[in-house]
Design a protein around this ligand. Structure first.
Ligand code: HEC
Length: 226
């Protein structure tokens, strides 16, 4: 067998070593954090033309690239200004009346009753006594020591005729629906503001009806009561 020239052997060795360099470089660069921007082959939308904060922009007459807020803009979570309408309070007290622009009427109560039936009766029950179907089912489940639900606690939905609730002003009922209270969740995401007031009005009428006597019914209507 003809002997392989030494130069070729050295070149093969060198070539093998050189071939190990790129994977080593890759492995090293992947394991070391760097502050410099990576080399990007395909820019996609990585580097776009843009106006940086405080820079100028000739497009606008005032030359500013940062635009002032459009009048009336309200940031998420920011107060809407009308605390009576949106918060249910006037000054530091719960409101005792409907907000401006809303009047107590049969239409409002009918709307409130409909929304109450959808959103509140599952827990609080049709008459607001706290015995809705969800509540009954949960109470039965936690009472059954061998049932599927164990080691949990159920806070019963409160009766809306409880002495601590029946005297609450309408704004406070609205506040409870809007913000939730203790174990009850907020309904502001599901129920629009005006409907929350309609429900609060209906709750007040439920409470009024609960404590009513025959004398509260107009004489002409009394014959309809069994
Ligand atoms: C998923 C069940 C559930 C639903 C639905 C629900 N509530 Fe409640 N609610 C509760 C529970 C539980 C409490 C008692 C919370 C506590 O004491 O921790 C409560 C308490 C209340 C109270 C008493 C607050 C106080 O000052 O003590 C009011 C008023 C009330 N709910 C109104 C409503 C209205 C109006 C609706 C419909 C928009 C509604 N709830 C829907 C479970 C519910």
């Amino acid at each position: 067998m003809p002997s392989i020239p030494r130069i070729l052997i050295y070149m093969a060795l060198l070539g093998t070593l050189a071939a190990a360099v790129p994977p080593l470089v890759v492995a090293w660069s992947r394991s070391e954090p760097v502050d410099k921007r990576p080399v990007t082959m395909f820019l996609d939308m990585d580097l776009q033309k843009k106006f940086k904060a405080q820079s100028t922009n000739d497009l606008f007459a005032d030359g500013r690239s940062m635009r002032p807020l459009i009048e009336g803009t309200v940031a998420r979570g920011e107060s809407f200004g009308d605390t009576h309408l949106y918060g249910g309070f006037v000054g530091s007290e719960w409101a005792a009346t409907l907000p401006n622009g809303m009047t107590m009427s049969m239409d409002l109560l009918v709307r409130g009753q409909e929304r109450f039936t959808i959103y509140c009766t599952p827990c609080h029950g049709q008459a607001g006594e706290g015995n809705g179907m969800v509540n009954q089912r949960a109470m039965a489940l936690v009472a059954n020591a061998n049932g599927p639900v164990q080691g949990t606690v159920w806070v019963p939905a409160k009766s809306l005729h409880d002495a601590t609730v029946s005297g609450q002003p309408i704004g406070q009922i609205y506040g409870t629906i809007t913000n939730g209270i203790r174990n009850m969740a907020s309904y502001s995401a599901q129920i629009p503001t005006e409907d929350r007031w309609a429900i609060a009005a209906y709750v007040k009428s439920l409470q009024r009806a609960f404590d009513a006597s025959l004398q509260d019914v107009p004489p002409t209507e009394r014959s309809k009561i069994q």
